[in-house]
Ligand binder design. Structure first.
Ligand SMILES: [Fe+2]
Length: 176
């Protein structure tokens, strides 16, 4: 079912968005049926992965927010299938993580993420769930996540979400 999405890395900006939009439109019920909405954080359902691309579906209850993170140097594209997302972009300046911009997105829109990119996402609705499709190319094996309260950067395995990591998921950590 997901095989058509393996063409994404070779496409231009517009074709890529057209393909994702058409794919979601024709498979929407199937896609929604695998998404769950945990109390804590958000769900990560990796539905397709080869060396070239990784496709993940995420489910968020109202007002859930992830930690700032990068995508291990991969390109990323998020398609907001359902809900309202707040995307916040950060920069590291003199060892400090600073918010640069925050923008709200409505369903059926895309958030495009270049290789060098630190961001956090939030379900910005008080009462509605949020569902997203995330595409990363190439697929990646590690990423950096930022604990803003403790000012600790964790490099974690690609299987970890952008939240408090478990000990076995941490590759290294440092203060920022
Ligand atoms: Fe992300």
């Amino acid at each position: 079912m997901f095989e058509p999405l393996s063409a994404i890395p070779g496409l231009g900006f517009q074709e890529r968005q057209d393909l994702v939009r058409a794919f979601v439109r024709s498979n929407k019920q199937n896609l929604l049926s695998v998404v769950d909405f945990p109390e804590e954080q958000y769900s990560r359902n990796i539905v397709f992965k080869n060396q070239g691309i990784e496709v993940m579906l995420t489910g968020w209850k109202p007002l859930r927010e992830c930690w700032p993170h990068d995508h291990g140097g991969s390109h990323g594209l998020v398609y907001l299938i359902e809900g309202t997302a707040l995307n916040t972009i950060y920069d590291i300046n003199n060892g400090k993580l600073k918010k640069v911009t925050a923008k709200e997105f409505q369903s059926e829109n895309f958030i495009s993420m270049p290789e060098v990119y630190i961001h956090s996402m939030k379900n910005n609705s008080q009462n509605k769930r949020m569902v997203e499709m995330h595409l990363y190319w190439p697929s990646f094996s590690s990423m950096k996540i930022y604990d803003r309260e403790k000012s600790i950067m964790y490099e974690v395995k690609g299987t970890c979400g952008a939240w408090e990591p478990r000990e076995e998921e941490i590759i290294r950590s440092e203060h920022f």
